[in-house]
Design a protein around this ligand. Structure first.
Ligand code: NAD
Length: 423
C-alpha cells in the first residue's frame, strides 16, 4: 500500500537537495524544508448526521492546511470511502506546490470525509455537507482557507456549504464582506465562474502545445491516448483535437477504444451518451492496453497510481501529460526516466483547474463576473509561463520535468517563508 504522504516527503527531500546550493543561508533553507514536512493545521473530527431511517451515523472528516506563506489556503473536499489522514496531508502538500507553480496567491489545503456518497440520499448528502462546514467553519473563509469540489463533490455541494457557512457566520453575529468567495466551484448563479468546467482540460492542452513547440512536434502527426473520458479527459481531448492533434484512443471505467484514423471527441461524447460504452468508435482495448499503446503522448486523466513499477517498463509512449492527480508512482517515475519518457507532472499539467478557481475567487471579491472568453484568455499566459519556467530549469539543470516543476514551486514557497521571517 503506497503511503501518499511518505511519497510527498520523499519528493520534497529530492527537491531540497537540488535547491540547497541556491540559498546563501543554508540554515534558514533547512528550517523551511523541515517546516514544510508537516501541515500547519490538521483538523480531524467526527461529524454526525441523521439518516432518513431516523438513525444517527458518524463519519470521520479531515481538513488539512499545509502552508499559507503565499496566501490563504486553497484545496478541494473529497467524499470517498478510502479517504485517509495521510492522503489528505499529501494532497494538501501538493496543493501548496500546485498554487505556487502558476504563481496564484494561495497556499495548499485539502479536506475529506470517509463516506461512500452513493449510499446517501440527497437529503443525507446535504446534511453531511452542512455538518462538514460546521466542523471547519472557524478555520475557513475567503482570506483563510477556500475549499472547492474534489472527488465526488460538486457545485451543488459547494452551494449547500456556502449557505451553511453564511448561516454559521450570521448566528455568531459575524459579517463577512463577500462570503461567496469562501468557496469556489460553485454553480454559476451562486458566483461560479464561466469557463471553470473546461479549464483543467484546456490548461493541459496549453501545456501540451507548448511542449510540442519546444520539441518541434507537429499536431497532425502527434498521436494521443487519453485514459478517462470524464470532465478533464473530454475537455483535454476536445481542445487537443481543435488544435489538430490526433486523438487515437479514449477510455472510461468500462474500458477503451483505439482508432489510428483519429477519434472526434465531440462525436465520442455523443456516442457515449447514446450507447455507452465507447466501443463503436474503434477497436476495443482495456485501460491497461491504452497506457501501453505506441502513441506520442499518453494522458492519464482518470485515477491516481495507474502507472506503477509493474507496468512502467511496458510503456511505448515518449511523453506523458499527467491530467489526473498522482497517476505515476515514484517507483514508476524512476523507470520512465530511465526509458527516456518525459512526464509533465500533475501539479503543472492540471493546474488550469485551481487557476480558474482563483479567477472565481477574484470575481467574487470584485462582485463582477467575467465572460468565458475573458476567463480562458487569462488562463493561457499563466499556464504558458508556468510551463516555460519548468522547461528552462529542466534544460538548465538536466533534471526531469517533475523535479524542475517542483523546484520552481518549492523555491517560491521557501522564499515567501524567508521573506516573512518565518524561519
Ligand atoms: P470525472 O469523474 O468527471 O471523470 C473520471 C473519468 O475516469 C470517467 O470517465 C470515468 O469513467 C473514468 N474512470 C473511472 N475509473 C476508471 C478506470 N479504472 N480506468 C479508466 N477510466 C476510469 O473526474 P474528472 O473531474 O475528470 O477528474 C479526473 C482526474 O483529474 C482526477 O484524478 C481528478 O483528481 C483530476 N483533476 C480534476 C480537476 C477538475 O477540474 N475536474 C482538476 C485537477 C485534477
Amino acid at each position: 500500500m503506497i503511503n501518499p504522504h511518505a511519497s510527498a516527503l520523499t519528493q520534497l527531500d529530492q527537491v531540497a537537495t537540488l535547491l540547497a546550493k541556491q540559498y546563501a543561508d543554508p540554515q534558514k533553507f533547512k528550517q523551511a524544508i523541515t517546516k514544510l514536512k508537516q501541515p500547519e493545521r490538521l483538523i480531524e473530527g467526527e461529524i454526525q448526521i441523521k439518516l432518513d431511517s431516523g438513525q444517527t451515523k458518524t463519519f470521520k472528516a479531515y481538513r488539512c492546511q499545509h502552508n499559507h506563506a503565499r496566501g490563504p489556503y486553497k484545496g478541494g473536499i473529497r467524499f470517498h470511502p478510502n479517504v485517509t489522514k495521510e492522503e489528505i496531508m499529501a494532497l494538501s502538500t501538493w496543493m501548496t506546490w500546485k498554487c505556487a507553480v502558476t504563481s496564484i496567491p494561495y497556499g495548499g489545503s485539502k479536506g475529506g470525509v470517509v463516506v461512500d456518497p452513493k449510499t446517501l440520499s440527497p437529503r443525507e448528502l446535504q446534511a453531511l455537507s452542512r455538518a462538514y462546514v460546521g466542523l471547519v467553519a472557524d478555520h475557513i473563509g475567503a482570506w483563510q482557507d477556500v475549499p472547492a469540489p474534489d472527488v465526488n463533490t460538486n457545485g451543488q455541494i459547494m452551494a449547500w456549504m456556502v449557505d451553511e457557512y453564511q448561516q454559521i457566520l450570521a448566528a455568531k453575529g459575524l459579517f463577512q464582506e463577500n462570503p461567496l468567495a469562501a468557496f469556489t466551484g460553485k454553480p454559476l448563479t451562486l458566483g461560479g465562474s464561466e469557463g471553470r468546467e473546461e479549464a483543467t482540460g484546456l490548461g493541459g492542452v496549453i501545456v501540451l502545445h507548448e511542449l510540442a513547440r519546444k520539441l518541434n512536434l507537429l499536431p497532425g502527426t502527434t498521436t494521443i491516448a487519453v485514459q478517462g473520458f470524464g470532465n478533464v479527459g473530454y475537455w483535454f481531448a476536445r481542445h487537443a483535437h481543435l488544435l489538430g492533434y490526433k486523438i487515437v484512443a479514449l477510455s472510461d471505467s468500462h474500458g477503451g477504444v483505439v482508432n489510428y484514423q483519429g477519434i472526434d471527441p465531440i462525436k465520442a461524447l455523443e456516442e457515449k451518451k447514446l450507447h455507452h460504452p465507447l466501443t463503436a468508435l474503434g477497436e476495443k482495448i482495456t485501460n491497461q492496453e491504452l497506457l501501453e499503446l505506441d502513441v506520442t503522448v499518453v494522458v492519464p486523466a482518470a485515477l491516481e497510481n495507474v502507472i506503477t513499477k509493474d507496468n512502467a517498463a511496458k510503456l511505448k509512449t515518449k511523453y506523458i501529460i499527467e491530467m489526473a492527480n498522482g497517476p505515476v508512482t515514484p517507483e514508476a517515475d524512476a523507470i520512465l526516466q530511465a526509458q527516456g519518457i518525459m512526464s509533465v507532472p500533475d501539479v503543472l499539467a492540471n493546474a488550469g483547474g485551481v487557476t480558474t478557481s482563483y479567477f472565481e475567487w477574484v470575481q467574487n471579491l470584485q462582485g463582477y463576473a467575467w465572460t468565458k472568453e475573458e476567463v480562458l484568455a487569462k488562463l493561457k499566459p499563466l499556464m504558458v509561463k508556468a510551463f516555460d519556467e519548468a522547461w528552462c530549469l529542466n534544460q538548465e539543470l538536466k533534471v526531469s520535468m517533475r523535479m524542475a516543476t517542483y523546484a520552481t514551486a518549492v523555491k517560491r514557497v521557501v522564499d515567501a517563508m524567508i521573506l516573512r521571517g518565518q524561519v
